[in-house]
Design a protein around this ligand. Sequence first.
Ligand SMILES: [Zn+2]
Length: 399
Amino acid sequence: MHNNKFFILITIITFLFFYTCSTPTLAVAAVNSYDKYIISAKLNVEKLEIQANETIYYTNRHDLGFNELYLHIYPNAPSFKSLGGSIEIRKISIDGKEAKFIVTGEDRTILKIFLPTPLLPSSSIKIEISFKVKIPIKEDRFGYYAGVFALAHWYPIMAVYDERGWNLDPYWDAGESFYFECAYYNITFSVPEGYVMAATGRLDEIKKKAGEWIYKWYTPLPVREFAAAVSKNYEVVSGEASVGRRKVKVYSYYLLGHEVAGEIALNTAIKSIEFYSKYYGEYAYSEFRVVEVYGWFGGMEYPMFIMITSSLYSPQRRTILELVVAHETAHNWWYGMVGNHEGLEPIMDEPFAEYSDTLYFKWVYGEKKFEEIFDLTVRRPYYRFLKIRDKDYPIAWSV
Ligand SMILES: [Zn+2]
């Protein structure tokens, strides 16, 4: 996430023990390296509701058996609840048999499922969850505001089990507590006729029926999570980024009146993908979407999909728009393809994304612009902070 209230000083780390989408942690299973999410959902724009059925094919890749499983259900977070958001879990089945569950966690964002029989190492199960989500009226990454549905963190997602045990962190409003294993996604999402949907993944097809458009998304390669945005007010422009011998299709979704900024967002994403692919390693996926939403933040990163807040689409904020698009695009490397626990180890993604957005200006505009941007976003805020606090402070925060 990029938030101008915070800043980050860059450090150089030579060796990092990341895990990537191609190497699951603590893997013991030779097969089913990735879990799979299949979700069928319907958005009710009048009631601000999503009704959904989710199927997760989950494999225990650890060397101990599980009697329970844990998932995050973030719509229950207090900041969403206070503005009308929530998630109601209606029914859960494990391998076709109804299972018991409770909603728990310090902020009620943890779903604990009791397994009828232990899930042994290298074994897989099918989890089916029927649920209803209420969308809060909120300028946020999950919320409805002024005709735009920002839909991140709306579905139950598996908690990560690692050397610390189950990761059951609460939802953090500012910054990220997100920590997910990569998985395949197959999403069928129904919206009213005329509504435009942008999301993580490849758009397979839009089935246009009377009164209803059904978007089908899938991920040919694993991703960490699935996010989307829906509005009937979106305009779309697209282009292509050259990545090795491949072309990556890039789309920019913007609101009426923001044509120029929509083009800038598109071109910034294209150049960012090309430069980062050249210097860091190729962008693995075939599509990428930059989407205007209403947020309290500058931007927010999701796999193959980034949210940029609407206020940055004003003519006075062209440079910061480029900066934030370049930043969130960089997170598709630092957090997306190369993963970490964003809450516990922000140094593993945020400084890299922050430094990447300044390098973007160097690569596109040259050394002078780079110095100017680095001064503006890193050097000056850092010394300003030292002056106020009269002491050093951590080089990366979870922002
Ligand atoms: Zn960031």
